[in-house]
Design a protein around this ligand. Structure first.
Ligand code: GCW
Length: 698
């Protein structure tokens, strides 16, 4: 049968209409893979403005177009098309977005300007092509947030040169402290096959200004230093170069012995030094822009220079000389030892301050935000401000090892901001100390479709990059940007979701470790409560070490009458925490052991205040769950339901934390609960008997 043209057209129209009907539903279910780079089609005035501009993207003719500016060009086209909801017009008669970029290495040339030369021409100009790439992402972000193209006027530069992610991934695909599936690196299939996800990863990182990634865990396998891994690493580095991302690896300090066939890894042994030099040369021969090494040495059983009675500086400098001007050696300050009986909070400072000025110029010391370990709240690490002759880098943990991992909604920008904004003395803040160097975040990425174990955990990845770019951004602004790009631009959505995110951090502090407590998580998995654990051989592996609760009181005396960790801070800083009566309640039990009836600034006795804080934490999680429920109209069903489920889990577990903690504190202090307080649901024995052999980290 021959169909007439009219019939064909009608059938075609019917088919198109059916597809169009089906599309909104299909488009609605989202799995989170696109992160904040969804570029959801604009609507209303914003759409009309962009339509009227009718953008096309071009390079200025007289500049050097390298691979990175090529990425900027492609990203602009991709983003504009998506924001418009249709392909860019081919005529080229519309307004133009012109890229003016030169080439510079990833740590340089990142500053950019985006501005309107005329009503019909927007220019993105940068000293380096990576600046053009950041400018392109900034322009798309602004448009996504509803900005008028012709009024855009951005002039930005990164606050610090190194903005890095540290993956804690093992060659076998296991991610240490990972709560989002397996590793995204398939070292077995590399170099023959590169998972395109690694390119999506680089793109997401570039969009927030990240310019370096360490691909393997700090508890390092020496495999990464073998010949077999060089082509694998090269394949990844080549894939990331167009995104301005340099590849780094962690180096196992004992590698000269483990895989080099040498009898020692003594950093002062000439054969060891020659081995590091040869290995490093081999890496640079394959990857000319290789970033360098990250090292965890003499910490938690990892090998290091002290195994040979050498200092951390001697160890670091041996690697640094092998690398030379080509890159850096990032040495971690996270050390505490089984033999050292001083307060764990003091040990890194005691170890490293005497080495100030002894590190080579290309050595960076990477310092965790607080002196213990990525807790819901710690005061800033006293090394910040105490090593003026050493390049210090900030290390934060994006993966929420101690903050409820995948299922608890905790937005971390307020935690990092608290530290970045802290004054280290009369001269400045932590952000200023690290400005010449950088920030590294322990990544929360894995093979899960949503990358980060939960949709809201993506916000922490986003926030980390944005803060490394500009630590002066407010937590609110970052949350707003992220939520608008990730979920919905609707102001009715944003005015509710942003405060919910901001309050989530204090909520977790309240229900896990209120009033300056820390490290009450059960040993091993670090997920649920374990304040009663006190029988492990190394005292500092026991939660009881961090609360020192007894019949008389609770908290760690870190003043002159106790460990005097306080003296590691500049006098002007220490002064605010010396007197328990004047100490901000956020740090009260961090610095002081106080009686249960100690009168807090609220007027309530400490015990009552502690109970009140646990209750407040639980109430705030319930409030978050209610807020989220009210946001259903703005979110696709899949991501809405995932988040609602997790908030239900968090509500239950906030209660678990509160009840188990109160049951335990009561067993210690023998005090009744304040009048009107809900008693713990179960006995202390019940909470003690809970076991989670399948929890990640066990
Ligand atoms: O938070 C702790 C983790 C360890 C980790 C260590 C570190 C890589 O519990 O699993 O080991 O920090 O930062 O080195």
């Amino acid at each position: 049968m021959i169909m007439g043209r009219g019939l064909v057209n009608r059938l075609l129209a019917l088919f198109v209409a059916l597809v169009a009907l089906a599309l909104p539903c299909a488009a609605q279910a989202e799995d989170g893979y696109q992160l904040w780079l969804r570029y959801a089609p604009l609507q209303g005035e914003a759409l009309a403005r962009l339509e009227a501009f009718d953008p096309h993207v071009q390079f200025a003719s007289d500049v050097n177009n390298d691979v990175i500016s090529g990425t900027a060009f492609q990203e602009l086209r991709r983003g504009l098309k998506s924001l418009l909801g249709h392909p860019l017009s081919k005529s080229g008669n519309g307004g133009s977005i012109v890229l003016v970029c030169a080439y510079a290495p990833p740590e340089e040339g990142a500053q950019f300007k985006v501005f309107a030369r005329s009503a019909r021409q927007i220019e993105i100009s940068a000293a380096g092509s990576n600046g053009c790439l950041y400018g392109a992402f900034a322009l798309l972000r602004a448009l996504s947030l509803g900005a008028d193209l012709t009024k855009i006027d951005l002039d930005e530069h990164p606050a610090m040169p190194l903005r890095m992610l540290d993956n804690w991934d093992d060659p076998n695909g296991y991610v240490l402290r990972g709560y989002s599936g397996r590793s995204i690196y398939d070292w077995w299939k590399l170099p023959g096959h590169l998972d395109p996800r690694l390119i999506d990863y680089a793109r997401a990182n570039a969009s927030i200004g990240i310019n370096g990634v360490v691909v393997n865990s700090v508890n390092a396998s020496p495999l990464f230093l073998t010949d077999r891994y060089i082509p694998k690493l090269k394949r990844v580095a080549d894939a990331w170069r167009p995104y301005g991302i340099r590849l780094y690896i962690t180096a196992r300090f004992s590698a000269p012995k483990d895989v080099g066939g040498l009898p020692t890894a003594d950093p002062l042994d000439p054969a060891v030094q020659a081995w590091w030099k040869a290995r490093t040369d081999a890496l640079y021969a394959a990857i000319p822009d290789f970033g360098g090494f990250l090292v965890k040495a003499n910490s938690e059983g990892e090998p290091g220079p002290q195994d040979y009675h050498r200092t951390h500086a001697e160890g670091a400098n041996t690697l640094a000389r092998a690398v030379g001007k080509r890159g850096v050696v990032i040495w971690r300050a996270f050390v505490y030892s089984a033999e050292d009986k001083t307060d764990r909070a003091k040990q890194a400072y005691n170890e490293f301050v005497p080495l100030d000025g002894k590190f080579d110029a290309n050595v960076i010391l990477q310092v965790k935000n607080g002196p213990i370990d990525f807790q819901p709240r710690e005061p800033f690490h006293p090394l910040f401000g105490a090593m003026p002759h050493t390049r210090l880098m900030f290390e934060g943990q994006i993966t929420k090892e101690y903050l409820g991992q995948a299922t608890h909604l905790v937005y971390l920008a307020p935690l990092w901001k608290e530290v970045l904004d802290a004054r280290t003395g009369p001269d400045g803040t932590v952000a200023q100390v690290i400005a010449p160097t950088g920030m590294a975040g322990v990544a929360n990425t894995g093979s899960d479709r949503d990358w980060s174990g939960s949709h809201f955990n993506q916000a922490n990845w986003y926030a980390f990059g944005r803060l490394a770019w500009d630590p002066n951004l407010s937590s609110e602004q970052i949350a707003r940007e992220w939520a608008a790009q990730t979920f919905s631009r609707d102001p009715a959505f944003l005015t509710k979701v942003v405060p919910m995110m901001i309050e989530s951090r204090q909520a977790v502090v309240d229900y896990m470790t209120p009033l300056g407590l820390a490290h009450q998580m059960a040993t091993g998995h670090h997920y649920g409560p374990g304040p009663w654990i006190c029988d492990l051989a190394r005292p500092e592996w026991n939660p009881c070490y961090y609360a020192r609760a007894d019949k008389a009181g609770i908290g760690v005396d870190r003043t002159a009458s106790g460990s005097n960790a306080l003296a590691q801070y500049a006098p002007s800083v220490a002064a605010q925490w010396t007197d328990p009566k004047a100490t901000d309640e956020a740090y009260l039990l961090w610095f002081h052991h106080v009686p249960w009836d100690f009168r807090t600034q609220s007027g309530r006795p400490l015990w009552d205040q502690l109970v009140q804080r646990y209750d407040r934490g639980v109430a705030n999680v319930d409030a978050m769950a209610r807020t989220w429920a009210s946001l259903q109209p703005y979110v696709d069903p899949e991501r809405f339901a995932d988040t609602a489920d997790y908030l239900r889990i968090q509500s239950q577990e906030a209660r678990w934390w509160r009840d188990a903690s109160l049951a335990y504190w009561q067993s210690v202090n023998g005090l009744p609960l304040p009048a009107g307080t809900r008693p713990p649901e179960h006995s202390l024995d019940y909470y003690k008997a809970l076991a989670f052999p399948e929890a990640p980290g066990n």
